[in-house]
Design a protein. Structure first.
Length: 204
């Protein structure tokens, strides 16, 4: 499996496409005298099926592009370098993320993409919600596992709201963020009231 052609900002050169998976070759190998490329994993599969199918006369399969003979495949450093330099889009581009950059930076971006989905902070407590980062704050304070909010969770919660980087939020989201802080305060007050009523701490 290679890299989906749709990830790239501009259609990449056809020479970078792996003929087996029809994606842009990942960890490209030059396999024949013409230096046609295949993904390393696609080449492994090709080699495996070639040997399993009992082609004993020929140790190596033919190049799927030119049918020329292949020998030990070599890493195609040049192809790899070109692929790394191509502009790619964020995986959630179609949902509104306008980020573009080179392939190397994509992994850094994905970690902080405002539209990427993250698991709820209470996933360990049994919540299986998956949300985009700007929705996470509001979910965090209204998460179903918090129906009986133990007081100790409130401090975690406060830390989470604090950790959300306001600079990465759009103007309307920043406004929402203020609201989340309001929710948190309301939740804190409610817990305090209940604690006073019941005269015993809440259990997780
Ligand atoms: Zn491939
Ligand atoms: Zn070839
Ligand atoms: Zn993004
Ligand atoms: Zn949750």
């Amino acid at each position: 499996m290679g890299i989906d052609v749709d990830c790239f900002v501009h259609p990449p050169p056809a020479a970078l496409i792996c003929p087996i998976c029809t994606d842009i070759a990942s960890s490209p190998l030059a396999v024949c005298d013409e230096a046609h490329i295949l993904c390393a994993s696609c080449y492994d599969n090709l080699l495996k099926s070639h040997r399993e199918n009992g082609h004993k006369s020929k140790k190596y399969p033919r190049c799927p592009t030119c049918r020329g003979s292949t020998t030990e495949a070599d890493e195609s450093v040049l192809a790899e370098r070109i692929i790394q330099s191509l502009s790619v889009k964020c995986g959630v581009h179609d949902y509104g993320c306008s980020w573009t950059g080179n392939y190397d930076d994509l992994f850094k971006h994905v970690k902080k993409c405002p539209l990427n989905a993250f698991p709820c902070h209470h996933s360990k407590l049994g919540c299986d919600a998956s949300l985009r980062s700007h929705e996470l704050a509001v979910h965090t304070v209204s998460c179903p596992v918090l129906q009986n909010t133990p007081a100790k969770l409130l401090s975690d919660l406060a830390a989470i709201v604090k950790r959300i980087n306001c600079d990465s939020l759009a103007k309307h989201e920043r406004k929402q963020h203020k609201t989340y802080e309001g929710y948190l305060q309301a939740l804190r007050d409610a817990c305090k009231r209940r604690e006073e009523e019941q005269k015993e701490p809440y259990r997780a």
